[in-house]
Design a protein around this ligand. Structure first.
Ligand code: CDM
Ligand code: ATP
Length: 267
């Protein structure tokens, strides 16, 4: 069986406090986008993992799909499986690619072996694998809070716009990015700000990671400025970076960025 895990962008990201468990409370809007991996799982005589496409750093045992397998195996009598991941979602991008693979792996095992898991149960398993993972079980636009794994659904439809995304040649690790943050309580919740017209977002909606990430990587600040110059209604770094997206009325001309960066035009 094969599924196609999709990426996300964060529209706004406020990091509000440090938690006793070492994580941070935050609020953000998660919005699904059309950049996808391909994840195939078949029953097999032994557990195996292979990948193609982009190189995935780290050991195979640490791949979130393998971690997902061991997590479910504790509670269900699963046979061994062969997993193949074709990696297309940029890594260290703030697009939640690894998290999406983990959540789609859980959905895939549920379907393949007819486990009958509820959305709530799958969301709980996903939470165990990473804060971002839970969103990808349903992968619908949400206001997320606490560790980014509690949700309130929102009605946000950007389908009449064109979303372009630029991935600079820099990978940013999520834990390193959180290290550069001084949490600050919010005055106005993103849940209210996102309901404002999109033309107003530029004035009020921010991503708290931008200050420290832009300081260390000026080229990423440059990409955001270039997206506004190309006519973006709203532009922002996604999550902890390094990717930057812009929301446009029409597909923009970003040829001049394509030499140094990977550019996705209509996601
Ligand atoms: C930055 C975001 O991408 C925004 O969507 C997410 O909050 C990151 O979620 P994620 O990659 O699934 O994060 P995890 O794999 O659970 O955690 C990686 C590391 O990020 C930090 N982390 C993550 C989420 C959170 N709410 N507070 C944190 O401080 C912790 O140091 C943690 O060890
Ligand atoms: N299936 C997977 N795909 C990509 N990376 C994975 C996967 N499983 C584990 N990883 C590990 O996760 C690391 C990437 O996570 P990181 O949080 O830095 O980046 P990200 O792609 O921006 O994701 P996020 O938006 O969730 O933070 C990789 O270096 C790799 O070691």
């Amino acid at each position: 069986m094969i599924l196609f895990p999709n990426a996300k962008i964060n529209i706004g990201l406020n990091i509000t406090e440090r938690r006793p468990d070492g994580y941070h409370n935050l609020e953000t809007i998660f919005y699904p986008i059309n950049i996808n991996d391909a994840l195939e799982v078949v029953e097999s005589s032994e557990l195996s993992f292979t990948s193609s496409g982009l190189d995935i750093p780290g050991r195979m045992e640490d791949n979130l799909c393998i971690k997902g397998y061991h997590l479910l195996k504790k509670d269900y009598d699963l046979p061994p499986v062969s997993i193949h991941l074709h990696k297309n979602i940029p890594i260290g991008a703030g697009l939640g690619g690894g998290s999406a693979d983990a959540a789609f792996f859980i959905k895939l095992i549920d379907q393949l072996f007819k486990l009958g898991l509820s959305v709530e149960k799958m969301t709980d398993y996903a939470r165990n694998l990473g804060a971002d993972c839970a969103f990808f079980i349903e992968s619908k636009p949400v206001f997320a809070f606490e560790r980014g794994d509690e949700f309130e659904p929102i009605k946000l439809d950007l389908s009449k716009y064109k979303i372009a995304l630029v991935m600079p040649d820099v990978h940013i690790s999520t834990s390193e990015a959180f290290g550069g943050i001084k949490p600050t309580p919010v005055k106005d919740s993103l849940l209210d700000l996102i309901a404002e017209p999109i033309t107003e977002w530029k004035k009020y909606i921010k991503n708290d990671f931008e200050t420290s990430v832009f300081k260390n990587h000026v080229e990423i600040r440059g990409v955001k400025a270039a997206l506004y110059e190309a006519g973006a209604i709203y532009a922002s770094m996604s999550g902890s970076g390094a990717s930057v997206f812009g929301i446009f009325e029409q597909i923009p001309d970003l040829q001049h960025l394509a030499e140094d960066n990977q550019v996705f035009y209509d996601i």
